[in-house]
Design a binder for this molecule. Structure first.
Ligand code: BEZ
Length: 164
């Protein structure tokens, strides 16, 4: 197991999935940030209370101002499978302001050192709750919640106001 990815490091070229009809398509953070600056919010689980009621709705609401502050995309990554991820995206973001991607195999999360064991909550291994800004394939800024049950340093507002 590797340590946590740091500022200035290249993001892993790990597949992230979404659905087109019943077909799984994949992309990567390298591809999504090619020639661009993107903001990524990683969450432990679709349909879990904090992610669903508080954390991701902030990003949906603030997506236009995040875009106005220089991010070409706002990307939500979760360790759920692509079907659950899609259903959750449809529920939370019917206008499609965010890009929702499945890291269902946790390859991106593990290669970034951004997973944790949530066995106590019957969650198994999950993504950490984190925000990451990525410019042209490199991490510019990373904030990881010490506890996945809190939002202290990963709010949408903290991304918009961050000095890069
Ligand atoms: C949440 O409410 O977002 C949550 C609940 C259990 C595990 C991880 C996250």
């Amino acid at each position: 197991m590797r340590g946590r990815i740091g500022t200035g490091e290249r993001v892993p070229d790990a597949p992230l999935a979404w659905l087109v009809g019943d077909d799984i398509r994949t992309t990567s953070m390298i591809e999504l940030s090619r020639g661009a600056r993107v903001v990524v919010v990683g969450v432990p689980g679709a349909f879990t209370p904090i992610c669903t009621r508080t954390h991701i709705p902030q990003f949906v609401e603030m997506a236009p101002s995040l875009q106005a502050s220089g991010f070409s995309k706002v990307i939500c990554v979760t360790g759920n499978d692509p079907w659950v991820t899609q259903l959750w995206a449809d529920r939370l973001d019917p206008e499609g302001r965010l890009v929702f991607l499945s890291d269902g195999n946790l390859e991106f999360g593990r290669r970034c050192g951004l997973t944790r064991n949530l066995t106590d909550l019957f969650g198994g291994e999950r993504l950490d709750r984190f925000t990451m800004t990525v410019c042209k394939g490199f991490v510019e800024r990373l904030s990881v919640e010490p506890s996945p049950m809190e939002i202290t340093c990963t709010s949408a507002d903290s991304c918009r106001l961050a000095e890069i």
